[in-house]
Design a protein around this ligand. Structure first.
Ligand SMILES: NC(=O)c1ccc[n+]([C@@H]2O[C@H](COP(=O)([O-])OP(=O)(O)OC[C@H]3O[C@@H](n4cnc5c(N)ncnc54)[C@H](O)[C@@H]3O)[C@@H](O)[C@H]2O)c1
Length: 340
């Protein structure tokens, strides 16, 4: 199969591309940034958020190679960065629109990367089955951008016969997520800080519960989706891909500390604006439709993530410096005021 991956320089995109290549597929990537992890596949440097005229050969009038299916991962993927910079959320929706127009004109099936953020911060719901998402509970511009993207996809399926699968991911961690100076995510940031004997802040309270997904599990779910969609076995479904188990962020920090043999110095702080404080994925649908079962629990995934971090840091000692773009939150507090 020939697969076009947008966002191919990112964490999930890079892992997915390498897995598809290993499975014997052909991959072509599009991203606006260079891939700093691998040069094993061809990709095009292109900003996908432009207001381009529709063009069948490729987005923005660029001729892409022939492909059989598109996996659309490109996005600004950081919740509170988009609280500070909401125009980036609009860019997410525009990127999805551009990808959809390309798929419509080429009659290509689409796999989309949505998020558990579309459920909002809804403790009152007993579960997070795929039908529980409701746009009245939109918590943040990021969430709005994914809800808008999903809505466009559903509309294209109805009006133009688009075949799609929309996956809702949850806190994906592990290999290639340690791009801290571009975009800090919570687990890699904890690993980085604790390995430098720096204190960490747990936003959202000691009882903040999230569903952490090891990247290989996430990628395995996407690959199963790609194959099922391409074969016509499964189409036009929205599917949660999480581990299906809740863990407090405090426990995740403790597991990291144990792995690093560090003494965690934790400050518990109120939630940042827009953040979800409780989510555990209902993953029965992914199992039923795709035969997918996640394999790596948090206590198994953290050692893998820390091990990968160690190797990467050894090869890149210059990254052992304070993270300046933690700044997402600093800048955001400056702009909006600290909600606490
Ligand atoms: N990692 C997670 O925990 C998680 C959870 C839920 C959803 N998602 C979604 O999965 C997708 C992939 O996430 P990721 O973790 O790999 O993120 P990532 O930030 O590592 O990768 C996203 C890629 O999109 C690219 N991109 C952004 N704007 C672009 C533009 N205008 N034109 C071209 N490329 C652009 C970035 O350069 C980046 O390489 C995203 O859509 C994200 O919202 C991720």
């Amino acid at each position: 199969m020939r697969v076009l991956i947008t966002g191919s320089s990112g964490q999930i995109g890079t892992n997915l591309a390498l897995r598809l290549l290993a499975d014997g597929h052909d991959v072509f990537g599009v991203d606006k940034r260079q891939n700093t992890w691998t040069d094993d596949f061809r990709y095009l440097l292109q900003d996908l958020s432009g207001h381009y005229p529709a063009y069948p050969g490729g987005i923005g009038g660029v001729e892409y190679p022939e492909v059989d299916l598109v996996v659309h991962l490109a996005a600004h993927a950081k919740v509170h960065q988009l609280v500070a910079q909401p125009h980036r959320a609009l860019e997410n929706a525009v990127m999805t629109f551009n990808v959809l127009e390309y798929c419509r004109q080429r009659r290509l099936p689409l796999v989309f990367s949505s998020t558990r953020e579309v459920y909002g911060d809804v403790h009152r719901f007993e579960g997070y089955g795929e039908a529980t998402a409701d746009f009245a509970f939109t918590e943040s511009p990021y969430s709005a951008s994914k809800i808008a993207s999903e809505a466009f996809i559903y509309a294209y399926a109805r009006c133009y016969g688009l075949k799609y699968l929309a996956f809702r991911f949850s806190n994906v961690y592990g290999r290639f997520d340690n791009d801290l100076h571009r975009m800090s995510r919570v687990l890699p940031l904890f690993i980085h800080s604790m390995s430098r004997d720096e204190p960490i802040t747990v936003y959202g309270g000691a009882d903040k519960v999230l569903d952490f997904t090891y990247v290989d599990d996430c990628v395995d779910g996407i690959v199963r989706g790609v194959e099922a969609l391409a074969d016509g076995r499964v189409a036009n479904e929205t599917i949660n891909l999480g581990y299906g188990e809740g863990n407090t962020l405090v426990r995740a920090a403790e597991l990291i500390a144990a792995e690093l043999e560090a003494e965690p110095r934790m400050t518990i702080a109120p939630s940042l604006l827009g953040e979800v404080t409780h989510y555990v994925a209902d993953i029965r649908k992914a199992h039923d439709l795709l035969g997918w079962t996640p394999r790596v629990a948090l206590h198994e995934g953290i050692p893998l993530a820390v091990e990968w971090f160690r190797e990467h840091r050894l090869a890149n000692p210059a990254e052992d410096r304070p993270v300046v773009n933690e700044g997402d939150s600093v800048g955001w507090k400056t702009v909006l005021g600290d909600p606490s």
